[in-house]
Ligand binder design. Structure first.
Ligand code: NAD
Length: 490
């Protein structure tokens, strides 16, 4: 396991910051320590990224960068199982989920390898102009140095979503992983090192948000900030970006609704509702944590939901058969239990779960919880819990369902389930969310845009949109007429 920072193609200790504990969420025990980067380390890393960008990397062709990205994907693939196991120890998630994540991270590098190559074809495309005296071509050029800050819920996958498009575009980067889950990002650096990626192109600085994240957002040589995390931190990052007019993209929180109409298949609904809220212990930005169910099927659906929720196997992520692991940290465990307590105090009815399972006395485990009819203003209904907690409300009409779903300051995702595909598409079009799933919840494809409306963020990741985050668009306009322009010099 790595413990140093990766700056300018070298492994280095933190300048001043000392070490940070890495804790196994299944036991609550420290199992490793990593360097706590500070402002000085960030400065070294940003300068290295700047030099790499200004020298060769910023001038590479898309085809060359595609080769580097494919090589990174190969290298990760070679270590796939070890990476998945490391992710489980660091984050706590069940191993099959971690394996899925690592597979998706590899797929993300391969996908952007393809887009990097396509970029060469799109370069210098002529733009027809209405005035024949001029000729215009459009260039897509890398944005420069990217500062990237990611959360702990999908450590390697979130790193891939940031690093792959940046490299594909020809940007260089400094990535700061979450202090809670730094290990697989360091393995990504190790993979870059093994394939001989030029020094300074990819730099990883572990450390706290205040000590390493904040200086990254303030650094004058950073051109672009890409952030995934909570709304309060996103707001701070936007403020920092505003001070020096940095380009930003923000992927923030959510409180996504799942609308189930009365013609839906109950078992299919139960399956997707469970997947939508309990996957990754509910620590998913797009988790469909607000269930809106049509009144006439509510009793039947809720009964099945509670029955199936109680069957979910909880335990350490490396234990075979486990479907729900521990939350990521003591802080997250306390926060989620705090929400549950506030929900109970506000009169919401707890149908199941919400406590530490009797057989797990250490680690950050909470039984998956379902609350019935919290008030519209209850914190449980309004705020992102980021844990295995589902809230249910009933609706009568389609119009009411859409209104209730949209009555949130968040707008990341939503799901709708019905046998009537006219209705699902009508509802999908009215939902104020960046992602709408029909008759499912959560499937995510690297090809499709990812991001939210309202407080859920600014911009989109993945697909062509993700690449555009790291590209500047330039017009080159030529005067091609033989005659003089003739304005001043008549
Ligand atoms: P967080 O905001 O606490 O931390 C995210 C990152 O920001 C961490 O690396 C942290 O060290 C860093 N950070 C903290 N303070 C900072 C500061 N002042 N300046 C710069 N960096 C700072 O979020 P979290 O608890 O790690 O993650 C959970 C949140 O992330 C949830 O709200 C979730 O919805 C969101 N999230 C969103 C998406 C999405 O795609 N929209 C995906 C995953 C997670």
């Amino acid at each position: 396991m790595r413990d140093q920072l990766y700056i300018n193609g070298e492994w280095v200790g933190a300048d001043l910051g000392g070490l940070l504990d890495v804790i196994d969420p299944a036991t609550g025990q420290v199992f490793h320590r990593v360097a706590a980067g500070t402002e000085e380390d960030i400065d070294h890393a940003v300068r290295a990224a700047r030099r790499a960008f200004d020298s060769d990397w910023g001038k590479t062709s898309g085809a060359e960068r595609g080769q580097w990205l494919d090589a990174l994907a190969d290298e990760l693939q070679h270590h796939q199982q070890g990476l998945a196991e490391l992710e489980v120890r660091d984050n706590g998630k069940p191993l099959p989920e971690a394996q899925w994540d690592v597979g998706d991270a590899i797929g993300c590098f391969r996908y952007y390898a393809g887009l990097a190559r396509e970029l060469d074809q799109q370069q210098d495309q002529p733009l027809p102009l209405p005035d024949p005296r001029f000729r215009c071509r459009i260039r897509h050029e890398p944005i420069g140095v990217a500062g990237q800050i990611i959360p702990w819920n999908y450590p390697l996958l979130m790193a891939a979503w940031k690093v792959a498009p940046a490299l594909a575009a020809g940007a260089t980067l400094v990535l700061k992983p979450s202090e809670l889950t730094p290990l697989t990002a360091l393995e990504l650096a190790a993979a870059a090192d093994r394939i001989g990626l030029p020094a300074g192109v990819l730099n990883i600085v572990t450390g706290l948000g205040t000590d390493a994240g904040s200086p990254l957002t303030e650094h004058p040589a950073v051109d672009k900030l890409a952030f995934t995390g909570s709304v309060p931190t996103g707001s701070k990052i936007m403020t920092a970006a505003a001070r020096s007019i940095k380009n930003i993209s923000l992927e923030l929180g959510g409180k996504s609704a799942f609308i189930v109409f009365d013609d839906a298949d109950i078992d299919a609904a139960v399956e997707w509702i469970l997947f939508g809220i309990f996957w990754n212990q509910g620590q998913v930005c797009s988790a469909t944590s607000r269930l809106l169910v049509q009144e006439s099927i509510a009793a039947r659906l809720i009964e099945r939901l509670v029955e199936e929720t109680r069957k979910i196997t909880i335990g350490p992520g490396l234990q075979p058969g486990v479907l729900l692991g521990p939350l990521v940290s003591q802080g997250q465990y306390d926060k989620v239990l705090g929400y549950i307590d506030q929900g109970l105090a506000s009169g919401a009815r707890l149908l199941t779960g919400g406590q530490r399972p009797g057989h797990l006395q250490e680690g950050y485990f909470i039984q998956p919880a379902i609350f019935d009819e919290p008030g519209h203003n209850s914190i449980l209904w309004r705020e992102e819990v980021f844990g295995p907690v589902l809230c249910i409300k009933r609706f009568k009409t389609e119009e009411q369902a859409v209104q209730m779903a949209n009555a949130s300051r968040f707008g990341l995702a939503a799901a709708v389930m019905s046998a009537d595909l006219h209705r699902t598409s009508r509802v999908a079009n009215q939902l104020r969310a960046g992602i709408v799933w029909v008759n499912c919840s959560q499937p995510t494809f690297v090809e499709a845009p990812w991001g939210g409306m309202k407080h859920s963020g600014i911009g989109r990741e993945l697909g062509q949109w993700g690449l555009n985050n790291y590209l500047e668009t330039k017009q080159v306009t030529e005067y091609i007429d033989d005659r003089p322009w003739g304005w001043y010099l008549k």
